[in-house]
Design a protein around this ligand. Structure first.
Ligand SMILES: NC(=O)c1ccc[n+]([C@@H]2O[C@H](COP(=O)([O-])OP(=O)(O)OC[C@H]3O[C@@H](n4cnc5c(N)ncnc54)[C@H](OP(=O)(O)O)[C@@H]3O)[C@@H](O)[C@H]2O)c1
Length: 326
């Protein structure tokens, strides 16, 4: 048996319960990981609140990313030997002593990275790669506008975009958060509570606008993103924290030849996630090993204190990643 966290109903952090469950068994192509660290992500909050149920076949145990040691392998899972430290994207089940991952969705822990840092990587790195670089096609020399610059996603996007030669403009909700964005390498940080991000983007780009926009806000940001985008700009939607409905003048989309797209990671097949993992391993893992990008660690909590970890995320004062220690 193992400890695992489930939501007993929907609501605030108090619905999270540590219970006992049987240790899962790896199937064909899967590995069993003794979890050392599980990352906490806003989609976990959305699941707790009842707005993001696990996809069919995924465990009801919360948690989308883990780092730990391989302790067993199903048939056909031959890449990692027993005892290897790995990090993995999982469709659920991360907040537990043991979790099953598809071997192709697991990656080695680069040298120099702690297990705590490794557990804070998969969900945001997979998401940023597939949205900013695959869908958004961000190129060296282009400008990325990233909203929520100090979120787990935002801190990852700033570092990766800079590492690949882009100019980065980040938005955040306080002077302290803007400072953090600049420390991470953002060229410009916009406090959206006191500044109009559209005007700031225009000013920073000599009137051109941003080539790629990574947006988790939606709502009235949709038409403002159209204003802030450059000709042939790509806008990638990964969440709608500010609402999924908006009144938009779509003429701007046509006139600027914009592409407005979006995606969610969790329901995608293991094979699709494996393709993202392969790109990350060849393009980004060398950067992690060289220390050119690093997860920004906000705080770590014991599994029993999972409600406190979620309360910290609900409070919105965190900068970077919150993790659970198993
Ligand atoms: N589509 C996908 O595949 C995918 C995958 C992973 C995550 N996501 C989404 O990406 C977003 C970031 O995830 P994360 O784990 O990095 O979250 P996080 O660290 O909790 O960051 C969320 C940030 O969004 C900003 N924000 C702006 N408007 C907000 C609002 N109305 N309510 C709450 N926060 C607001 C907050 O910063 P300020 O104080 O600066 O406003 C906050 O720091 C989440 O919405 C998550 O669901 C999508």
């Amino acid at each position: 048996m193992m400890r695992a966290v489930v939501a007993d109903g929907t609501g605030g952090p108090e619905v999270l319960k540590v219970i006992w469950r049987p240790v899962p068994q790896p199937k064909d192509g899967e590995i069993l990981v003794k979890v050392g660290v599980a990352g906490v992500n806003r989609p976990d909050v959305a699941q707790r609140q009842g707005g993001y149920p696990p996809p069919p076949g995924a465990p009801d145990i919360l948690g989308l990313e883990i780092a730990g040691e391989v302790v067993a392998a199903g048939s056909g899972a031959t890449r990692f030997s027993i005892g290897t430290p790995v990090m993995a994207l999982v469709p659920g089940g991360g907040y537990a002593d043991y979790a099953v991952a598809h071997e192709s969705n697991a990656l080695p822990v680069p040298q120099g990275l702690s297990l705590e840092e490794a557990g804070a990587i998969p969900e945001t790195y997979f998401t940023v790669w597939t949205n900013v670089f695959d869908r958004g096609r961000l190129q060296s020399g282009e400008t990325l506008l990233v909203h929520g610059g100090t979120s787990g996603i935002g801190t990852t996007a700033i570092q990766l975009a800079k590492a690949f030669g882009a100019t980065v403009i980040a938005t955040a909700g306080s002077p302290e958060k803007c400072e953090a964005c600049l420390r991470l390498g953002a060229d410009v940080a916009v406090n959206y509570r006191t500044q109009d991000f559209v005007a700031a983007v225009k000013e920073a780009t000599g009137g051109r606008g941003a080539d790629v926009i990574l947006d988790m806000v939606g709502g009235d940001y949709i038409s403002r993103n159209y204003e802030a985008a450059a000709q042939d700009g790509r806008i990638v939607q990964i969440a709608f924290l500010g609402g999924g409905k908006a009144e938009v003048d779509f003429r701007r989309l046509m006139v600027k030849r914009l592409t407005h797209t979006g995606s969610t990671l969790r329901p995608r097949s293991a094979a699709e996630k494996a393709a993202i993992a392969r790109s990350l391993e060849s393009r980004v893992w060398p950067l992690l090993a060289e220390g050119r990008c690093r997860p920004v660690m906000d705080s770590a909590f014991a599994l029993e204190d999972v409600a406190q970890a979620h309360a910290r995320m609900d409070g919105g004062e965190h900068i970077g990643k919150i993790v659970l220690r198993l």
